[in-house]
Design a binder for this molecule. Structure first.
Ligand code: PGA
Length: 249
């Protein structure tokens, strides 16, 4: 089986002002000589306002949470992938369920954004996940694999693309799927990615996201085809985030 270097990525969402830079400094210090160093990659996606300052702190890869599909133009308030690359971002999260819900982003939009991320030379972290109703009705795997086929463009490779499975009902709720459900979903995602992207699909990282905490990270990260985590709330505090990274120590 292909060895996949895991990634633990933090998503601060719409949280953090300059006062929170102290937390990024603490995280950067904590990563130096961390027992998981070399065993897992780590990335933090702060709000765009803190991106350049986070890059300046150093010691941690920095990503963004969204981008516009165009390179520049009359799009008030939007930020292009090229601008994010210029600010020092290495990756961009696209298709997070909060963007799909709050901004009506379709799979086609998400795919176009992923291509914009590649145009800027960055890695796309493409999110998929079912709602609570879809999980309850037994449609979770069908929903997620359908999203995957429509959201991950042809040009995805193991190095320019990471997939994040985030069940919507597990985000920010403290709820997580069972280990068996995570294993079944990640296996289905892997099968789909191999079908659509061959060897790259086999080697692509597939993260789990949704209420990952220091206390459950080890269990979740040990599941087959889980190649890291996308962490929201618990990435806001350096100690919690470092505790999650320790799953790879
Ligand atoms: P959570 O968020 O860790 O706070 O559940 C995960 C995410 O939305 O990426």
């Amino acid at each position: 089986m292909t060895e996949i270097q895991p990634l633990v990525a933090g998503n601060w969402k719409m949280n953090g002002t300059r006062a929170a830079l102290a937390e990024i400094e603490k995280l950067s210090r904590g990563l130096k000589g961390h027992p998981a160093d070399g065993k897992a990659d780590v990335m933090l996606c702060p709000p765009a306002t803190l991106l350049a300052a986070a890059v300046e702190i150093g010691g941690i890869a920095v990503g963004a949470q969204d981008c516009h599909v165009n390179e520049s133009g009359a799009h008030t308030g939007d930020i292009s992938a090229e601008m994010l690359a210029d600010a020092g971002a290495k990756a961009v999260i696209v298709g997070h369920s909060e963007r799909r819900a709050d901004h009506g982003e379709s799979n086609a939009t998400v795919a176009a954004k992923a291509e914009a991320v590649w145009r800027a030379g960055l890695t796309a972290i493409i999110c998929v996940g079912e709602s609570e109703a879809q999980r309850k009705s037994g449609d979770a795997i069908a929903v997620v694999t359908t999203q995957l086929r429509a959201s991950v463009p042809k040009g995805a490779t193991a190095s320019n693309c990471t997939v994040a499975y985030e069940p919507v009902w597990a985000i920010g709720t403290g709820l997580t799927p069972t280990v068996d459900d995570v294993a079944d979903m990640h296996a289905a995602i892997r099968t789909t990615l191999v079908e659509t992207h061959g060897g790259d699909g086999a080697a692509m990282r597939v993260l789990y996201g949704g209420s990952v905490q220091p206390g459950n990270a080890q269990t979740l990260m040990a599941v087959e085809n889980v190649n890291g985590a996308l962490v929201g709330g618990a990435s806001l505090k350096a100690d919690d985030f470092l505790g999650i990274i320790s799953a790879y120590a």
